[in-house]
Design a protein. Structure first.
Lengths: 373, 292
């Protein structure tokens, strides 16, 4: 396969860290499994059989990956603009609540396609609003988005907890009543093999969103400006880009994408909003973006990987504690984060000796871009 | 008497915040983002319970808690300082990792997914309230931490170096300050301090429960930012946040304000502080950047 050295270097830079991480998962997983006194081979086999080995497992993986693709893409879009969105957890919850709120507010007889569209729009609106707050504070007051998005998580979750506990819950539970309209059918209803698994047609909606974001980032002027601001805000400003407005737009868009993830649970799975449904998927989105190297396609692959791990944990729970996968997820993030700079250094060095153009660095965070090397 | 009870309860709630916020202030002043305080605390809590359970001694629990905190902080330092991993990502990963590994080890050691058996703590079982507080050496240590940290940061050579590498690492390096070594010490120190907060929590409750730190590390981080990265102000912020919580608990029966709104106070105040509405909160200049 012929490839320019620069392309090859970029590809190596993108693929090597996940490979390092995968190797580490296998080794660390073996150690944990042996600690528990089980045979690693049997456990890994069980994990594969319980995920990709049958239609139910595939459905569960796809269901989990749908949410993770949204939170991962949300983090990735913000990072493309040089901003770190750690608030996907709260934005995801806000989006789920928005979907349920619209589904409860609409009259019972609403045609389902209209109901679905309005509920999805409400999810993106609520998530986008939660993302716009740090965007505005960053653009207008220079408040660091990392701090604001962290704090916003707790504020949003506490607010939603209050609304549910005090106003909107079914007695004895922490979830809303069932929505009147807006439900998205499970795939198992029309394709028998998936029967029983949570995967639903949201996966198509989210896939379309991934394609749309990809098109926006790489084929439109707004996306170009967003990426330019992420690479060099000073140069972008000099080139006529309104940096502040781009930051606001990026964080609002990021929040809206994270909010879209709430559709999967609320409209597609349960039919109501439940307190705490996000359950860490927002934080895992950071890992998904990191492993997916902030590229929409990479994000999808990484979401499938993390979803496989998390569904795999349930599959192996009979032999070893499912918490093993939580340890592994943490280690994957550490391994990728730690190997990215080293790989980049080695690839750049190799690319240099091949007399190629340097690989464009993709900054993980805004401040990192200015870091003295 | 009510005032005394209020004060006692405020201090009891504030101690974990004070330890963790001291750790956060130390690391952030050296330029290292402290998103992993939560993980260090949780690791410290688990280590303390393991130590106290197998030896029956609360003091060995403290040592084991410190050891766990140092291990996690070492992992953080290797990733961020040696391998130059992104500090924010590393912090988030440490938190996820710690939740997972403590759950796994809880299962392995005690065959439970929720909590450990009861372990020894400080003070006898038959004393309660304010007396239990004054008989707990960790309370005194916790109260002394912030003034001690302020002294170290502002009055010692090491403190000057910490501030230098946090504000302008290149200038510090050109003056012969070993930037990475100072940051290593700061990160390990922050792990040890935050772990003490977790240790206090676990020994006070006489057991480890799954994810028992419940966001306290982030409240401590909020206190550091709200206190403008100054140890004394951060300590006062911890007391303020703890006081609000106490007030909420005391007023719960009256139902004046929903508890969720009181829980939001630290986070809202922190956002207000960084947005600069009332006196801008400005971080150390080199926060989050890693230097060679």
């Amino acid at each position: 396969m012929s490839m320019t050295p620069a392309r090859r270097a970029a590809l190596e830079e993108a693929l090597l860290p996940p490979i390092v991480a995968l190797a580490l998962v296998l080794v660390a997983g073996d150690v944990l499994i042996l600690t528990y006194g089980e045979a690693p081979g049997a456990v890994w086999r069980l994990m594969l059989e319980g995920t990709w080995g049958n239609a139910y497992g595939v459905g569960q993986v796809l269901y989990k990956a749908t949410t993770l693709a949204c939170t991962g893409l949300a983090v990735a879009v913000a990072l493309r603009a040089g901003l770190f969105n750690i608030g996907a957890e709260g934005q995801l919850a806000a989006g789920g609540f928005g979907a349920a709120f619209a589904g409860l507010a609409l009259p019972t007889g609403t045609p389902s396609i209209i109901g679905i569209v309005i509920c999805i729009a409400a999810a993106m609106l609520f998530g986008g609003a939660a993302g716009a707050v740090p965007g505005v504070l960053r653009a207008k007051f220079g408040a660091h988005e990392v701090i604001v998005t962290i704090m916003m998580n707790f504020i949003v979750l506490a607010l939603l907890n209050y609304v549910i506990a005090a106003k909107l819950h079914v007695p004895e539970t922490l979830h809303t009543p069932a929505i009147h309209t807006g439900s998205i059918a499970r795939i198992g209803d029309s394709i028998g093999a998936f029967h029983g698994s949570a995967v639903n047609w949201s996966v198509v909606v989210v896939s379309a969103a991934v394609a749309a974001v990809s098109w926006y980032l790489f084929r439109t002027r707004g996306g170009f400006e967003l990426r330019a601001v992420g690479l060099q805000p000073g140069a972008a400003e000099y080139g006529g880009v309104n940096v502040s407005r781009t930051w606001m737009r990026a964080l609002a868009l990021s929040g809206a994408i994270a909010g879209l993830g709430g559709v999967n649970f609320v409209l597609g799975y349960k039919g109501y909003y439940e307190d705490g449904f996000a359950g860490g998927a927002g934080f895992l989105g950071i890992a998904v973006a990191l492993v997916g190297r902030n590229h929409p396609l990479g994000v999808v692959v990484a979401a499938l990987f993390f979803a496989t791990l998390s569904q795999g944990g349930l599959a192996i729970n009979a032999m070893v504690p499912k918490q093993i996968v939580e340890v592994l997820q943490g280690l994957v993030i550490l391994a990728v984060a730690a190997s990215v700079p080293e790989v980049r250094r080695l690839v750049l060095k190799a690319a240099g000796t091949r007399r190629a153009a340097p690989v464009s660095p993709k900054p993980m965070s805004g401040s990192d871009a200015e870091a003295p090397r | 008497m009510t005032l005394l009870l209020f004060l006692a309860q405020t201090i009891r709630i504030a101690i974990p915040y004070l330890f963790a916020a001291a750790g956060g202030a130390l690391a952030e002043r050296a330029g290292i983002v402290s998103l992993s305080l939560e993980g260090f605390m949780l690791g410290g809590a688990f280590g303390a319970v393991i130590g106290a359970y197998y030896t029956g001694s609360a003091w060995i629990g403290v040592v084991a808690g410190l050891f766990a905190g140092l291990l996690l902080a070492g992992l953080h330092a290797v990733c961020t300082l040696r391998l130059k991993a992104d500090q924010i990502v590393t912090g988030v990963a440490i938190n996820l990792f710690t939740v997972g590994i403590t759950r796994f080890l809880l299962q392995l050691a005690f065959d439970s997914s929720s909590n450990s058996p009861r372990v020894a703590g400080f003070g006898g079982d038959n004393i309660g309230g304010a007396l239990a507080l004054v008989s707990n050496p960790l309370v005194w240590l916790g109260l002394a931490t912030m003034p001690a940290l302020a002294f170290v940061v502002y009055r010692t050579t090491f403190g000057l170096r910490v501030r230098a590498v946090g504000e302008h690492p290149l200038a510090a390096a050109s003056l012969g300050v070993p930037v990475n070594r100072v940051r290593w010490v700061a990160v390990l120190g922050s792990g040890a301090l935050a772990a003490l907060g977790g240790t206090y929590l676990a020994l006070d409750q006489h057991q480890f429960t799954d994810s028992m730190t419940a966001g306290r590390g982030f409240i401590a981080l909020a206190a550091v930012i709200f206190g403008r990265w100054d140890p004394v102000r951060a300590g006062l912020a911890c007391l303020l946040f703890a006081g609000a919580e106490t007030l909420q608990i005391r007023l719960q029966a009256a139902q004046l304000i929903p508890s969720q709104f009181v829980a939001m106070i630290p986070y809202v105040l922190t956002i207000v502080a960084v947005a600069g509405v009332v006196g801008r909160s400005v971080p150390p200049a080199a926060l989050g950047r890693t230097t060679d």
